[in-house]
Ligand binder design. Structure first.
Ligand SMILES: NC(=O)c1ccc[n+]([C@@H]2O[C@H](COP(=O)([O-])OP(=O)(O)OC[C@H]3O[C@@H](n4cnc5c(N)ncnc54)[C@H](O)[C@@H]3O)[C@@H](O)[C@H]2O)c1
Length: 329
């Protein structure tokens, strides 16, 4: 039996495919390459190019690969783009997911691990954020993910589809094979490293007067291999008949933008020029997750929590892949 990884040509999904294969699983990847890279798909995975909402294709994959479970990473994930093109986000992240889960359930595939996000919480009233914190997103990206969480609850009750929705905080770092190559890039660590590599002139620090130790915003960075391990444990949980649940995945430790820049300077031995600019609308001062529940339910704990280790792995990947995945979409 195989595990279907949607979005397996993307940043986090491609790294998870590596981990599944290393764990002895058979893997099928479904990705439309809209945002991913063909070269990121592991050669030992069976690759299907197409959309998650293609019923006939998903039914065919379920038949050909004897699917047992699905890890659903495929989505659009730019907050800013979701504000200007909300229809695309609801269609791709919600409608496509609905058809995917319907098609899977119809084929008898009833175990799903879903990539949710801390963006479903909106502006935190409490930090670290626990799972029972109110969810009121402040952008269509967050809403599209929250709607999928609600859909999964309904599908469990009606169709017996069991799921673990993992609410990631900031995914970061790289494996030897897979790293971050988004275009455009909006994530802080690759942006800072691009400055260290001389590919960007400077990094902008949005807001330097927050109520945080150094005035810059604090975020929770989690290594993609730690995220992947939580997915493996989630699959094991579902396979032993575990109940559906929603779990935060974060380090529980926040790092400020200035700390990231300083760490990048230390790791790379290069200068990282930066400029302090105004706050961005909707950017909370601190976003840190409480991952106690993931520890209790899955026995999961991040094994690469240090910012230094996360930044170093991303830098090493960037050194080996100066052009990312090249033009090979
Ligand atoms: N990167 C983060 O920090 C972060 C944080 C929280 C949640 N997430 C979620 O994790 C998941 C993976 O994020 P990522 O950073 O790897 O994103 P990514 O853009 O690198 O990868 C997403 C992949 O999905 C594919 N895809 C998109 N829509 C598709 C569709 N309808 N059918 C088939 N393929 C499709 C893209 O081509 C791409 O390869 C996303 O669901 C994202 O919302 C990411």
């Amino acid at each position: 039996m195989a595990v279907l990884v949607t979005g397996g040509a993307g940043y986090i999904g491609s790294a998870f495919v590596e981990q599944l294969l290393a764990a002895g699983e058979k893997v099928a990847v479904l990705d439309d390459l809209s945002r991913g890279h063909r070269a990121a798909v592991h050669p030992e995975a069976v690759f299907y190019e197409g959309r998650t909402g293609d019923r006939a294709l998903v039914a065919r994959i379920a038949r050909e690969q004897a699917l047992d479970a699905c890890a659903h990473f495929a989505a659009f994930a730019y907050v800013g783009e979701s504000m200007t093109e909300p229809a695309r986000y609801y269609e791709n992240n919600f409608t496509q997911a609905q058809v995917l889960f319907e098609s899977l359930a119809a084929a008898g595939v009833k175990k799903v691990v879903f990539s949710s996000t801390c963006a479903t919480y909106g502006v935190p009233k409490q930090v670290p954020i626990p799972e029972d914190h109110p969810q009121w997103p402040i952008n269509p990206y967050g809403w599209s993910k929250l709607f999928v969480e609600r859909l999964l609850e309904s599908f469990d009750r009606a169709y017996g589809l069991k799921s673990v929705a993992l609410r990631y905080f900031n995914a970061a770092g790289a494996t030897a094979r897979c790293g971050e190559a988004h275009d455009p890039e909006t994530h802080l660590i690759p942006l800072v490293l691009a400055v260290a590599a001389g590919r960007r002139p400077r990094v902008s620090v949005f807001g330097s007067d927050y109520d945080t130790p150094d005035g810059s915003a604090v975020r929770d960075y989690i290594h993609i291999e730690d995220l992947g391990e939580a997915h493996l444990l989630s699959l094991a949980h579902l396979r032993r008949g575990g109940v559906s649940c929603f779990l935060n995945l974060g380090n529980g430790t926040g790092y400020s933008v200035l700390e990231v820049i300083e760490t990048a300077r230390r790791v790379t031995g290069r200068e990282v020029p930066f400029e302090k600019v105004g706050r961005r609308e909707g950017d909370p001062p601190r976003l840190v997750g409480d991952a106690t529940k993931a520890r209790e339910v899955l026995g999961w704990a991040p094994r690469r929590p240090s910012l230094e280790a996360i930044v170093r792995s991303a830098w090493e990947w960037m050194q080996r892949h100066p052009d990312g995945y090249g033009t090979g979409r």
